[in-house]
Write a new protein. Structure first.
Length: 708
């Protein structure tokens, strides 16, 4: 008897009922889906499904859950990475006749009611994030209640359980801890569309020696893959703005950064106005806004979402007509996953990649950004070991005590927790006493894998050979073959994709984007730690709301800014003209008109801040002054805010006098503070306080460049 033939009688009837509710009358499980379900309805099963996007992995766990619940088993627990994915899964479960709920950060007010329903047996499916598994109170209230009564455990996007997920969600690796707490008869299903042979073997080994692996071909016949010749950053924006109305249906335009998302939306609107409805989608949006945008794209109310990778796993629009990338992800895995959003239920979808030489710099950064620093890990562990037992420190307290930036601290704590060296407890973190060592060989292997993947993406952008074959081979697909329809196989691109953007479009987009400036919100709290002072910044020392002229790697500015820093006169004129224009648009929000321009140079050259400040002073007929720029080594990227603030406090100590260094007095005046480049804002905050101490009535900051 085959595995498929084992699904018989009432089980087969229930399976037909559920798949019909999901896919329509007459729908049936395919043989490979039926094999998976037949395995999962038996005690202690372990199944790993590695199948292409759109294969129907979720149908397997809905059918298996429905059968097991009908036979008296407990609810299913699904570990899922994204809120958008959870929303789709809750809806699908309900269509399958299952009672589903999720516990996540967006529905905290509903937790008590959901947990009560779970204990009462009124929920068939509970969806949680991997981070929820690491939360001690969740473990006590929910996991303990499910232990021994869990009908099915589903690990979605299971590649993240392996070291491939090292910097995606470290808490995913805690799923193996959950396995040890389960009733031994609980079946486990792991699913992913993106796992090569090494990761497949790794995940299967974590599930158990008897894991059934169902792996299918990964090529997608509905996708026509295309790579365009390299364009400059601003040309790529203009290309999208010019061509988006020619792309089929509605789709997604992926960008690498949050800043790029809104800028590209502005570029499209500069060309089309409101005639082509588009919106920016990033992880910084609240959950309700993201859900509204997803629904608008599904309903074809938007031509496109311009999105970061926050829109990815779990977003399901079967008729998505195109996916375009402005800049390449660092990995063929990420790229395959994102383009897989398109063409699920249509015969043809367009996929296009617009590469740039600057992409490689992003790849190099992310290759090592999340690799732990052994010295910093030791510092954090010592701080935890020295903490009072009844006062476990938070990430904020650890930042103040160690001098390591908070974002870095938070990642390190997760990595240490996964390795068993620390535990999250109510109120903070504590050391477990278990030894931690830096597994250099392991992390060297991770970096080597990432660099090999970057090399694959370089080959992809060059169009060395069939694009689909290159992607599927990178995932060790044994059926990888030439697709016959990508731009490499055909030797051409579709007409609507071919060619560079019109020069007038490029000029129009650049001009429109250069009019945009971001608000620079003043910091409200001193950082404590090495700085000493903590708490709210007094109103008499605070800066006003300022402006940022160039944010991150703005494509409309990237070449000009580099030239201006090198002292190019034409580039400096462009930057100075833009600064004057920004001031003209800003003046309605001034507390008072500036009377003196004060410059603060943070980098090793006077360009561009001194010439820009001079131009503003000349045009506005304002006084002119400069603050000392400091000497000696400055805090690095991983320094805490307290360390950076302390450096500028000491550097600018002599500025707290009525006569500011090298210029006119600020006593009783409104000062325009022009600063060249800062990602944190601490130099601006400290300089503003010094100017206020020197007698300035108000300080209006203008930051020329804010790196991401």
């Amino acid at each position: 008897m085959t595995a498929a033939q084992q699904l018989m009688g009432s089980r087969a009837e229930r399976a037909t009922e559920v798949i019909g509710a999901l896919a329509g009358p007459g729908a049936r499980l395919r043989e490979d889906q039926e094999i998976a379900v037949a395995a999962l309805v038996e005690p202690a099963a372990r199944v790993l499904v590695v199948q292409a996007t759109g294969w129907g992995k979720s149908a397997v766990y809905w059918v298996a859950t429905a059968i097991r619940r009908s036979e008296g088993a407990g609810p299913a627990l699904i570990v899922s990475p994204l809120l958008s994915l959870m929303r789709d899964q809750v809806g699908a479960a309900r269509r399958a006749g299952l009672r589903a709920a999720t516990l996540n950060s967006a529905n905290f007010d509903e937790w008590n009611a959901i947990e009560d329903a779970l204990r009462a047996g009124e929920i068939d499916v509970l969806l949680v994030s991997p981070e929820r598994l690491a939360n001690p109170s969740f473990g006590r209230r929910v996991l303990d209640a499910l232990t021994g009564n869990l009908g099915l455990l589903v690990i979605d996007e299971a590649h993240a359980v392996s070291d491939w997920g090292h910097d995606f969600r470290p808490d995913y690796r805690r799923v193996s801890d959950v396995l040890t707490r389960l009733h031994p008869d609980t079946p486990v299903l792991a699913t992913t569309a993106t796992a090569n042979a090494r990761v497949t073997e790794d995940v299967a080994a974590q599930l158990g020696d008897a894991t059934l692996v169902l792996r299918g071909p990964l090529a997608r016949r509905s996708l026509q893959l295309n790579v365009l010749p390299q364009l400059s950053p601003i040309q790529r924006y203009a290309w999208i703005a010019e061509r988006i109305d020619r792309l089929p249906g509605s789709g997604i335009v992926y960008v690498l950064t949050v800043a790029d998302a809104q800028r590209l939306v502005d570029a499209i609107r500069a060309v089309h106005g409101d005639a082509i409805p588009v919106a920016a989608y990033t992880g910084q949006l609240d959950a309700d806004t993201r859900e509204q945008l997803e629904d608008a794209l599904r309903a074809n109310e938007l031509k496109a979402l311009v999105a970061t990778s926050a829109l990815g796993m779990g977003f399901d629009k079967p008729d998505l007509g195109f996916v375009v990338h402005i800049g390449s992800p660092p990995s063929p895995v990420s790229y395959y996953q994102q383009v897989g959003r398109a063409g699920r239920a249509i015969d043809h979808a367009v996929v296009a990649l617009l590469p740039s030489p600057s992409d490689a710099g992003v790849w190099d950064y992310f290759a090592t950004a999340t690799i732990p620093d052994p010295e910093q890990m030791g510092t954090v562990l010592r701080a935890l070991a020295d903490a009072e037992i009844d006062a476990p420190p938070s990430a904020v307290a650890l930042e103040a005590g160690t001098g390591i930036r908070r974002t870095r601290i938070e990642l390190m704590l997760k990595q240490l927790a996964v390795d068993g060296a620390v535990d999250r407890v109510d109120g903070g973190w504590r050391a477990t006493g278990a030894p931690w060592h830096f597994d250099a060989k392991h992390y060297e292997g991770i970096v080597a894998v990432r660099r090999r993947e970057a090399d694959i993406m370089r080959a992809y952008t060059r169009g060395d050979r069939c694009l689909m074959q290159l992607l599927t081979e990178s995932l060790d697909d044994p059926d990888a073959a030439e697709c016959g329809r990508c731009s490499v196989c055909l030797g051409r691109r579709p007409e609507q994709l071919d060619g560079a953007p019109d020069r007038a479009t490029v000029t129009n987009v650049a001009r429109a984007l250069r009019r945009n400036s971001q608000v620079l919100e003043p910091r409200k709290m001193w950082p404590g730690g090495a700085f000493g002072t903590r708490g709210r910044i007094p109103p008499g020392l605070a800066a006003e709301r300022g402006r940022v002229l160039v944010f991150a790697d703005a494509p409309e500015w990237v070449d000009t800014l580099a030239a201006a820093r090198a002292g190019d006169a034409e580039a400096l004129d462009e930057l100075a003209d833009a600064a004057v224009g920004t001031l003209a648009r800003w003046r309605d929000d001034w507390v008072a008109r500036p009377e003196v321009v004060v410059s603060l140079q943070l980098t090793g050259t006077q360009h561009p801040v001194q010439p820009v400040a001079d131009r503003i002073a000349n045009v506005g007929r304002l006084g002119r002054a400069a603050l000392p720029s400091g000497s000696g080594p400055r805090p690095g990227r991983d320094a805490s805010g307290a360390e950076e603030a302390a450096y500028w406090r000491d550097t600018l100590a002599d500025a707290a006098t009525h006569d500011v260094v090298d210029g006119d007095s600020v006593q009783g005046a409104t000062a325009l503070l022009v600063v060249d480049s800062s990602s944190t804002g601490w130099p601006v905050t400290v300089a503003a306080a010094r100017l206020r101490e020197a007698g300035a009535r108000a300080v209006l900051p203008l930051l020329i460049h804010r790196p991401a």
